[in-house]
Design a protein around this ligand. Structure first.
Ligand code: BGP
Length: 486
């Protein structure tokens, strides 16, 4: 058993991490534009007003806005079948609540999709990838307001109608389960408290005030917005495939201690299962109500009408990001490791990446099987996976990145294993096929690409693109539909 014919090989980027041109052609400010660059030890900082002289990585990113033709040509050279991008909401509706969309923004993505089409690359489009119009944050408190459901729907419908002949695959919210995390308000939902909007000094996103009741209401509003968007999408084009997108942090109990097992189960349900259950099955799972009760969350925001919407707007596919696994332990003294959005207890069997994320290809096979068991009704797609590391250019211009090839090879092998086990995997878009800004740290130094970009954390670099060894390797993988992995 191998990769099915027509398997969708490609890569994934997000607008705020790649496009730059943050104030060009009528684009408004988004949440991503308000956070400075950081490092693995120094957090990205937020302030309600842009600080003159501060470095905001999204403002120029890798300037894909002006390089997309060159970039898509390089993706095509590798043989991409699919390219995951996100539409920056603020290019289409600069303030989020404008009466009319911004034609220049619409035209940009039209041109980009035409370029994809030229090479037979299918776009996969995320409508909201940590890019919420700043005006929606300050005026409506992000998704905490039900008004934002309408604004999102208007934006989604505008995109569906405009691009209906060019885009088939859509995702509503990137890593929607960030909303279950105390520091998920700003990036995920544009939910920032009044007192933080009045700050005169910058603070890290972790320092922003969390009001769990409001956060879960905002998350609920996103579920409703997503379900309504799915329904609209199907009305506009019955061929559309709309997916949820979950940050899947696969957990293992650190030991067979039943206490660890119970802690693992609780974490797994809340972080991994909850959002997918709502979006694939169309209703809040039973286990969430006792959790809400224990946390003092009043659930009266889940109205009967909303329940019907959720049930009638379930997604067509389950997509997720997978970078590493973490362990759960009830012992507060065990060693901890970092991770994508959230860390955990260290697994003694796994190696770490340069940024301290545990590398676990077998965990991907396990995860795909787990998801197939849980959601047998929908196909699966891995829409983020990759190795963020440090790359050096040799004097002759070559870039040798065997560590990245090793990581990807093993994860592709794991996907093969899962397909053999029966998982309905239809595509793989590895993260950052071209070096882009890191979401977690804002660094360029953390590189994922098959293509190197001359851009650095101090804002220098001329944006030149160069092929790394992994470029030629991935090209071969795609050419042979995953048969040649050496
Ligand atoms: C996910 C995000 C991406 C992305 C990726 C890698 O959480 O959806 O936007 O960047 O993680 O994380 P990082 O960029 O921090 O290495």
């Amino acid at each position: 058993m191998s990769f099915p014919k027509g398997f969708l090989w490609g890569g994934a980027v997000a607008a705020n991490q790649s496009e730059g041109a943050y104030n060009v052609d009528g684009k408004g400010l988004s949440t991503a534009d308000m956070i400075t660059g950081g490092t693995v030890d120094r957090p990205r900082m937020f302030s309600p007003n842009l600080i003159e002289g501060a470095y905001y990585p999204s403002h120029q990113a890798i300037d894909m806005y002006h390089h997309y033709k060159e970039d898509i040509a390089l993706f095509a050279e590798m043989g991409f079948k699919i390219l995951r991008i996100s539409i920056n909401w603020t290019r289409i509706f600069p303030n989020g609540d404008d009466p009319e969309p911004n034609e220049k923004g619409l035209q940009f993505y039209d041109d980009l999709f035409d370029e994809c089409k030229k090479y037979g690359i299918e776009p996969l489009v995320t409508l909201c990838h940590y890019e919420i119009p700043w005006n929606i944050v300050t005026k409506y408190k992000g998704f905490y307001s039900r008004k934002t459901i309408d604004l999102f729907l208007k934006y989604a419908k505008t995109c569906f109608n405009r691009y209906k002949g060019k885009v088939k695959y859509w995702l509503t919210f990137n890593e929607i389960n960030i909303g279950t995390m105390p520091d998920g308000g700003l990036n995920g939902m544009g939910l920032v408290q009044e007192e933080d909007l009045k700050r005169s000094e910058p603070c890290s996103t972790e320092e922003l005030k969390d009001v769990p009741q409001e956060r879960y209401e905002a998350l609920h509003n996103q579920f409703v917005a997503s379900a309504l968007a799915v329904k609209e999408a199907h009305k506009i084009n019955s061929e559309f495939m709309v997916g949820c997108m979950i940050c899947h942090i696969t957990w293992y109990p650190l030991t067979p201690n039943p206490k660890d097992m119970l802690a693992f189960q609780q974490k797994d349900r809340l972080f991994n299962d909850f959002c997918g259950d709502v979006m694939v099955r169309g209703s809040y799972p039973n286990y969430i109500y006792p959790y809400f009760k224990e946390q003092g969350i009043d659930t009266s925001f889940i109205t009967e009408e909303d329940k019907e919407i959720l049930l009638s707007g379930t997604v067509d596919m389950y997509t997720f990001s997978y970078y590493m696994t973490n362990c759960v332990s009830t012992d507060p003294d065990v060693e901890q490791v970092g991770g994508n959005l959230i860390g955990g207890a260290k697994n003694p069997y796994l190696e770490l990446s340069d940024w301290g994320w545990q590398i676990d290809p077998d965990g991907l096979r396990y995860t795909l099987n787990l998801l197939h068991d849980r959601y047998p009704e929908v196909p699966l797609m891995v829409v983020e996976n990759g190795f963020g590391g440090i790359d050096e250019i040799d004097e002759d211009g070559s870039i040798h990145d065997p560590y990245r090839i090793d990581y990807l090879r093993e994860h592709i092998q794991a996907m093969k294993g899962a397909i053999k086990d029966g998982a309905p995997l239809i595509g793989y878009t590895s993260w950052g096929p071209i070096d882009i800004v890191s979401a977690g740290t804002g660094q360029m130094h953390k590189r994922y690409g098959y293509i190197y970009v001359d851009r650095h954390d101090n804002g220098t670099g001329d944006f030149t693109r160069s092929r790394k060894d992994s470029f030629y390797w991935y090209k071969k993988v795609i050419e042979t539909n995953g048969e040649t992995l050496d």
